[in-house]
Ligand binder design. Structure first.
Ligand code: AP5
Length: 217
C-alpha cells in the first residue's frame, strides 16, 4: 500500500501515519522527522536546514529529493509506505512518481487530504509535546502523558517543537496554503485524492481514513 497524507501543519498527519504504520506494517517516511533527526545529529545538512525550518519556510526541493532518495530503498518500500509531510510541492510530487517508477512500484493507492479549521490547528499545535527519543506524540489536554514531561513509551523528555511558536506556526500555515492549491490540482488529475474531516477524536479520524482507504483500494 502506498499512501500520501496531506494537510496543514497540526491536522494530525503524524498521529494518523503512526496508526497506519502499525495497522498495515508500513514504512513511515516523514520528511519533517528526517530533517529534525539531522538537526539533532548536528550534521552538515541539519545545520543547513535548521534556520529555514525555524522560520517556518519550506526546505528546498533539492534537499528533500536527496533525503527521500536515500530513505526510499526498494526493500523497505516493498512492504508499503505512508508518506507524511511529503510531497509538499508539485516538483516533489513529480519526484515521488519518478522514484516509485524507478523502484518498479505501481502508482499511489491513495492521497488523503486531512482538513481541519485553523482555530483547532492552532489549539493542537500549541498543546503538542513530542518525545525526543522515540517520536511519540502527546497533547497536554487531549492526550497527556501519565507522568508530566516524560514519554509513556520510553521515559525520555517531551518537548515543544522549535517551530511550534505562534509566529512560526502562522508562517507555516501561510506557506502551506501557498503551495496546496497546485499540489491538490496535481493529484486531482489521476490519483485517488480523498478529503477526510480531521475534526473529532484520533480514533474517529482514523476510522474515516480507514473507510477512505477501503473505498480507494
Ligand atoms: P513537518 O514535521 O512535516 O510538520 P507539519 O507538516 O507542519 O505537520 P506537523 O508535524 O506540525 O503536524 P501533523 O499534521 O503531523 O500533526 P500531529 O499528528 O503532530 O514539517 C516541519 C518543517 O519541516 C516544515 O515547516 C518545513 O520547514 C520542513 N519540511 C518537512 N517536510 C518538508 C518537505 N517535504 N518539503 C520542504 N520542507 C519540508 O498532531 C498535532 C497535535 O495534535 C499533537 O499534539 C497530537 O497529539 C494532536 N492530535 C492529533 N490528532 C488529534 C485529534 N484527532 N484530536 C485531538 N488531538 C489530536
Amino acid at each position: 500500500m502506498l499512501i500520501v497524507l496531506l494537510g496543514a501543519p497540526g491536522v494530525g498527519k503524524g498521529t494518523q501515519a503512526q496508526i497506519l504504520t502499525q495497522r498495515y506494517g508500513l514504512m513511515r517516511l516523514a520528511t519533517g522527522d528526517l530533517l529534525r533527526e539531522e538537526i539533532a545529529a548536528g550534521s552538515e545538512l541539519g545545520r543547513r536546514v535548521q534556520a529555514v525550518m525555524g522560520r517556518g519556510e519550506l526546505v528546498s526541493d533539492a534537499i528533500i529529493a536527496d533525503l527521500v532518495r536515500q530513505r526510499l530503498d526498494g526493500a523497505a518500500a516493498g512492504r508499503g509506505v505512508v508518506f507524511d509531510g511529503f510531497p509538499r510541492t508539485v516538483a516533489q510530487a513529480q519526484l515521488l512518481e519518478q522514484l516509485l517508477h524507478d523502484l518498479g512500484r505501481r502508482r499511489l493507492d491513495a492521497v488523503i487530504q486531512i482538513d481541519l479549521p485553523t482555530e483547532e490547528i492552532v489549539r493542537r499545535i500549541s498543546g503538542r509535546r513530542s518525545c525526543t527519543h522515540c517520536g511519540a506524540l502527546y497533547h497536554i489536554e487531549d492526550h497527556p502523558p501519565r507522568s508530566a514531561g516524560r514519554c509513556d513509551r520510553c521515559g525520555a523528555q517531551l518537548v515543544l517543537r522549535e517551530d511550534d511558536r505562534p509566529e512560526v506556526v502562522a508562517e507555516r500555515l501561510r506557506v502551506y496554503h501557498q503551495h496546496t492549491a497546485l499540489l491538490l490540482k496535481f493529484y486531482q488529475n489521476g490519483s485517488h485524492l480523498v478529503a477526510v474531516d480531521g475534526d473529532g477524536t484520533v480514533e474517529e479520524v482514523s476510522q474515516r481514513i480507514q473507510q477512505a482507504l477501503t473505498a480507494a483500494t
